[in-house]
Design a protein around this ligand. Structure first.
Ligand code: AHN
Ligand code: ZN
Length: 332
């Protein structure tokens, strides 16, 4: 009995000694960075993505699009944002008139120093990269392509209501990003088709919701849900907003999210940050996932019928959300 007791205390001592040793080691090896931002809840973000997807494809001129737009407006209001809707009839590449709706949620409207956070909320009417050509003309769910960025921004809105940062924040959900010329129609629309994408952000950049709207910088979230997502420094982001790239990627590294935010330059993507940079002249970066193993560079299910919730990973959403919160709350 006595021996047994002694043995237990001895092993307990060894355990304590090891634990202490580890702790001192860790403290000396990695200087722990103390974040200033409140916690981002990845479970909540996941639910906001799931909720959007449950409406079905959010293609302009459909009932699902109207219902999801209403949901997004109500969520922003529930989280204490001042909400403005910008409705516009935009013309798609094929002449279709799109009833488009940019949704803007603002915090700290009295503040001059502002940060702009944005994502597109529409989903693509065509699955033109689907392996099955029968699906080319079907709309897609856009869990990752669209809903992931919006879900992260809704969770950021919830957090902004609990504790105001020093800067004002505007969250914009842009419409009609993903209505660009489909691959199967390329021969009917020869030449540069870049301007057939990003219609909502292009409209807003020319007609901002506030006359002469300015922000210090902007951050776009696009396809931020994949497990093991890889965010390289996107070409136009580096060209127009190198210091913001360093700010965002540097912050991610300090939060130990360097696994997602890769410190290397990536290719260029036609995305909503282009009009915001070139027309509105707000230096803006695109956090967009690059998958070198896919033939188009985007995640495997990009523009297919399989862009569903199986492409959404909570850890990735959390890494992106906490990084953006930290950037916002560090801003003075
Ligand atoms: C093009 O495919 C030209 N741009 C990619 C932008 C995009 C589409 N983001 C989401 N869907
Ligand atoms: Zn898309």
């Amino acid at each position: 009995m006595a021996i047994r007791k002694i043995l237990i205390s001895a092993s307990a001592l060894v355990f304590i000694a090891c634990a202490c040793g580890n702790k001192t080691n860790e403290a000396t090896v990695t200087q722990q960075y103390e974040k200033v931002s409140p916690d981002f809840n990845a479970d909540s973000a996941y639910l906001y993505v799931d909720k959007q997807v449950a409406f079905g494809p959010r293609v302009p001129n459909t009932a699902e699009h109207v219902a999801c737009g209403d949901y997004l407006v109500n969520e922003l209001k529930r989280f204490g944002a001042e909400v403005q809707e910008q409705k516009a009839e935009l013309t798609a590449y094929n002449g279709t008139k799109l009833n488009a709706r940019n949704i803007i949620g603002s915090y700290g409207l009295d503040k001059k120093n502002r940060v702009l956070l944005f994502a597109h909320w529409d989903s693509r009417p065509y699955s033109d990269h689907d392996p099955n050509p029968d699906n080319y003309r079907k709309p897609l769910l856009g869990a990752n392509d669209g809903a992931s960025g919006v879900g992260v921004l809704l969770e950021i809105a919830r957090v902004l209501q609990t504790q105001a940062p020093e800067v004002g924040v505007d969250i914009i959900f842009f419409d009609a990003e993903d209505y660009g010329v489909p691959v199967f129609e390329k021969e009917n629309y020869p030449g540069d088709t870049d301007e057939t994408w990003c219609l909502g952000s292009r409209y807003w950049s020319k007609n901002p919701h506030v006359p002469n709207y300015k922000a210090r910088f902007g951050i776009l979230l696009d396809m931020v849900g994949r497990e093991n997502a890889a965010f390289y420094k996107e070409y136009h982001s580096v060209k127009y907003a190198a210091n913001i790239v360093e700010k965002v990627w540097g912050t991610a590294g300090r939060l130990n999210h360097g696994k997602y935010f890769i410190g290397k330059n990536g290719g260029g993507v036609t995305d909503d940050h282009i009009p915001v940079n070139e027309i509105r002249r707000i230096p803006s970066v695109d956090i967009i996932d690059y998958d070198p193993d896919s033939d188009n560079g985007f995640f495997h299910s990009w523009h297919t019928q399989k862009d569903d919730m199986s492409n959404i990973n909570k850890e990735t959403l959390g890494a992106v959300g906490q990084t953006i919160l930290e950037v916002v709350y560090k801003e003075k």
